[in-house]
Ligand binder design. Structure first.
Ligand code: ARG
Length: 457
C-alpha cells in the first residue's frame, strides 16, 4: 500500500508491532459503511464515474458478505481493517478499487469508523442501563414499605426503606445515562473528508457523507478531527463512572448476602459453589462486577495517558485507542447484565432487615426530634438527653422503646408517654416525608416519577 519509496520491506518485528488487524477487525461493519458513503459521494461529485462507484460498492457488499460468513482474515502485512478491506476489494474488482481512497486517508477513515463504533457502544450501554433501571424501580415499588437499617460509616444510622435504597441506584444510573446522552451529542460529528490532516483539494461534499452515516454535521477542523479521541474518552468516562456505581451496588449485595447480615439471598443463577465447602454459595458475579470496575477505570486511564503527549495531528500511538475501549465495552455489557439479573431475582429477607433496623438504636434521632417538637428543647440539648437514654438502654441490653417511661423521665422530666409513638422504626420512616426522603409515601412518589421517566406505564 505504501511500498513505493522503500528499498526493503518491514522486518517481522515491524509487521507485528504495526498490526492492528487482530483487534480493529471489530470495526469492519463501520469501515464498510464509511467506504460506501465515501464512494457514493465521490460519484455524486464527479470525482469518480458512476460506473466505477457502482463497481466499488458492489465489491464492498461482497467483502461484507464474506466477513459476515467467514470472519475477517488476519494478515499482518495488511496492518489494519482498512487495508485488509481495500486489498480484498482489489482482488474482487481489480485496479478500480484504487479509486476508493481518493480524497481520503486512513486517518479520517479510522476516526470515522471508531466514532461509529463508539456511538453504538453508547447506545448499547444506554439500553442495558434502562433495563437495570426498570428492575430497580420494580423492586423499589415492591419494597416501598420494607424497613431496613440505613448506614453511615457502615454503622446503623436511621431506619430507611429498601425501596428508597434501591432508588438511590436508580438516580446514579439516571446520571450515567445522561452522561451517555451528552457524550453522544459531542461524538456525533463526521471526521470523514478531513483526509490525512489538512483536508483535500478534491471537491468533496462532507455534509453528504456526514448525513449518510447518521452524523449531525461534519467536524469543523481537519487537524482536530483526525487527532481527537475525546469521544472515546467520553465513552470511557461514562463507563467508568457507571462501573463505579455498579461496583458499589455489587459491594452492598455482597455484604448483605453474608451470613451475619443475611439481608438478601442472591439468585442461584448468579452464584457459585465451593469445591470443598458444601454449604457455600458465593457471590462471584457481584465480586466480578466489583473487580471489572477496576479494569474499566484502568482503560480510561490508559487512553488518557496515551493521548496526553501527542502533538497534532495523527501519531501511531493512537492506534492503541481501540483495545481499552473494546475491553471496557465488553466488561460493561457483562456487568450491567449481571447486576440487572441480581436486582430482578434476588430475594430480600425483609424480616431480617427489620430486625436489624430495630437494633442499633436507629431511632435515637427520632427521640431527639421528639424532644425538640413536643417539649421545645433546643436540638443540641435534646441530642445530649437522647445520648443518655441510649447509654442506659445499651447497659441494659434493650431497645430504646423497651425502656420504661419512669427511666426516661428520670433522665429528663419533660419526656412523657407520647414519646413511644415516635420510637418505632415504622414511625421513624413515616416521619421522614420531606421531598426525596425515605417515607413510604415519598418512595411511592419517586417510583411514580421514575416509571414516567422510563415510559413504564
Ligand atoms: N491502523 C491505524 C489506526 O488504527 C489506521 C490509521 C493509520 N494511519 C497512519 N497514518 N498510519 O490508527
Amino acid at each position: 500500500m505504501w511500498g513505493g519509496r522503500f528499498a526493503e520491506g518491514p522486518s517481522a518485528i515491524m509487521r507485528e508491532i504495526n498490526a492492528s488487524i487482530p483487534f480493529d477487525k471489530a470495526l469492519w461493519r463501520q469501515d464498510i459503511a464509511g467506504s460506501l458513503a465515501h464512494a457514493a459521494m465521490l460519484a455524486k461529485q464527479g470525482i469518480v464515474s458512476d460506473a466505477d462507484a457502482k463497481t466499488i460498492q458492489d465489491g464492498l457488499a461482497q467483502v461484507a458478505a464474506e466477513y459476515e460468513k467467514d470472519g475477517v482474515p488476519e494478515d499482518w502485512d495488511l496492518e489494519d481493517i482498512h487495508m485488509t478491506t481495500e486489498a480484498r476489494l482489489a482482488e474482487i474488482v481489480g485496479p478500480v478499487a484504487g479509486r476508493l481512497h481518493t480524497a481520503r486517508s486512513r486517518n479520517d477513515q479510522v476516526a470515522t469508523d471508531f466514532r461509529l463504533w463508539v456511538r453504538e457502544a453508547l447506545d448499547d450501554m444506554d439500553a442495558g442501563l434502562a433495563a437495570l433501571q426498570r428492575a430497580l424501580v420494580t423492586r423499589a415499588q415492591e419494597h416501598a414499605e420494607t424497613i431496613m437499617p440505613g448506614f453511615t460509616h457502615l454503622q446503623t444510622a436511621q431506619p430507611v426503606t429498601l425501596g428508597h435504597h434501591l432508588l438511590a441506584y436508580y438516580e446514579m444510573i439516571r446520571r450515567d445515562r445522561s452522561r451517555i446522552a451528552d457524550a453522544r451529542i459531542r461524538l456525533n460529528e463526521s471526521p470523514l473528508g478531513s483526509a490525512a490532516l489538512a483536508g483535500t483539494g478534491f471537491p468533496i461534499d462532507r455534509d453528504m457523507t456526514a448525513e449518510a452515516l447518521g452524523f449531525d454535521r461534519p467536524t469543523a477542523n481537519s487537524l482536530d478531527a483526525v487527532s481527537d479521541r475525546d469521544f472515546a474518552l467520553d465513552y470511557l468516562y461514562a463507563a467508568s463512572t457507571c462501573a463505579l456505581h455498579l461496583s458499589r451496588l455489587a459491594e452492598e449485595m455482597i455484604i448483605w448476602a453474608s451470613q451475619p447480615y443475611g439481608f438478601v439471598r442472591m439468585p442461584d443463577t448468579l452464584s457459585t459453589g465451593s469445591s470443598i465447602m458444601p454449604q457455600k454459595k458465593n457471590p462471584d458475579a457481584a465480586e466480578l462486577v466489583r473487580g471489572h470496575a477496576g479494569r474499566v477505570i484502568g482503560c480510561q486511564t490508559a487512553l488518557m495517558i496515551t493521548m496526553k503527549g501527542l502533538p497534532l495531528a495523527y501519531s501511531k500511538d493512537m492506534q492503541d485507542d481501540k483495545p481499552p475501549v473494546f475491553e471496557a465495552a465488553g466488561l460493561m455489557a457483562l456487568s450491567i447484565a449481571a447486576m440487572t439479573g441480581m436486582v430482578a431475582d434476588s430475594t430480600f429477607k425483609t424480616d431480617r432487615m427489620r430486625e436489624a433496623a430495630e437494633l442499633g438504636y436507629a431511632t435515637a434521632t427520632d427521640l431527639a426530634d421528639w424532644l425538640v417538637t413536643a417539649a421545645d428543647i433546643p436540638f443540641r440539648e435534646a441530642h445530649h438527653i437522647t445520648g443518655a437514654a441510649v447509654k442506659l438502654a445499651e447497659s441494659r441490653g434493650v431497645a430504646l422503646d423497651e425502656l420504661p417511661l419512669r427511666d426516661l423521665t428520670a433522665i429528663d422530666a419533660r419526656i412523657d408517654a407520647r414519646v413511644f409513638d415516635a420510637l418505632s422504626v415504622d414511625a421513624s420512616v413515616a416521619a421522614r416525608s420531606s421531598y426525596g426522603g425515605t417515607a413510604p409515601a415519598q418512595v411511592r412518589n419517586q417510583v411514580k416519577r421514575a416509571r414516567e421517566q422510563l415510559g413504564m406505564d
